[in-house]
Design a protein around this ligand. Structure first.
Ligand code: SF4
Length: 284
């Protein structure tokens, strides 16, 4: 079987724009694995593909939306959640999934993230955290660990800032479904993406992944295989742990699991109720 035939007979090929393959990701990158997770979650939930919108921003993860054969938006830097909120408010019947990188969503898009969590709008955010801006050459970003080397935090000092813990950020901002997995925990992560999509409210799923080309090379973490082996070794599953205890130390322990799953009024429903009240008022 040729490589092209293999692609076309892949069970998830029906969801993909196969004419765009092979994709741009470097060998050993986790983003392809996460793309597969999202496709499989959609398949498992058996959602009408016409009713799904996939939104992404800028960066390597931002390219994910372009490979899906559904309604997709590749938006401006940091604004994927803002676009997704607009879509969901305009058409609450849509399943809106945001696929984003850590730099995109927690730096320029940080404000959109925290306020979408606070509103509890029913969208699902899948964030691939590879600790740097991979596409633009490997600069440090808001999740780069203190002391790590990047193109903009070179030796001997490394990054002088301290990173966001995205799970803690999302949970403390009001997200009602929060989970973290690594890219090698494919079944568990896919299940959380399914649960996040099915959840009525703001779902945030962090997938800790490998960027061997930029972050791995700057920090001598090995190739893609070595980095993914390492993720498996340090993943520590703690389902139900209070999110403020969900630590992430790349070298020694990445706490994984589903940390938040609660019910709270959902934003577009609250908005509809408010609209109905206003119309009633007008009629009086
Ligand atoms: S630069 Fe890093 S994140 Fe981007 S495709 Fe390559 S390995 Fe993946």
């Amino acid at each position: 079987m040729t490589a092209a035939e293999k692609v076309l007979t892949h069970p998830m090929a029906k969801y993909m724009r196969t004419d765009r393959l092979p994709w741009i990701y470097c060998p050993g990158c986790s983003i392809g694995i996460v793309t597969n997770m999202i496709a499989r979650a959609i398949e498992k939930l058996d959602i009408d593909f016409e009713k799904i919108a996939i939104v992404s921003g800028i960066g390597c993860t931002g390219r994910v939306s372009g490979y899906f054969k559904t309604g997709t938006f590749h938006t401006t830097h940091g604004r994927s959640i803002a676009f997704a909120e607009g879509l969901k408010i305009a058409n609450p019947e849509l399943e809106v999934i945001v696929v984003s990188g850590d730099g995109d969503i927690a730096a320029i898009g940080g404000n959109h993230l925290i306020h979408a969590c606070r509103r509890n709008i029913d969208i699902t955010v899948v964030c691939v955290n590879n600790f740097n801006y991979g596409m633009t050459g490997g600069q440090f970003g808001p999740t780069t660990e203190h002391g790590r080397y990047t193109q903009t935090s070179p030796r001997p000092l490394g990054d002088i800032e301290w990173p966001f813990n995205l799970v803690k950020l999302a949970a403390s901002s009001g997200a009602t479904f929060v989970a973290r997995w690594t890219a090698v925990q494919v079944r568990r992560a896919t299940r959380s993406i399914e649960r996040g999509i099915a959840h009525k409210g703001f779902s945030f799923i962090e997938i800790v992944g490998a960027c061997p080309t930029s972050y791995g090379r700057s920090n001598q973490l090995g190739d893609g295989v070595a980095m993914h082996r390492h993720l498996l070794e340090v993943a520590d599953i703690q389902n139900g742990l209070p999110p403020h205890e969900a630590e992430l130390e790349y070298n020694s322990r990445i706490v994984c699991g589903e940390f938040v799953d609660i019910e709270k009024p959902e934003y577009t429903e609250v908005l509809r109720e408010a609209q109905a009240k206003m119309q009633q008022q007008k009629r009086k």
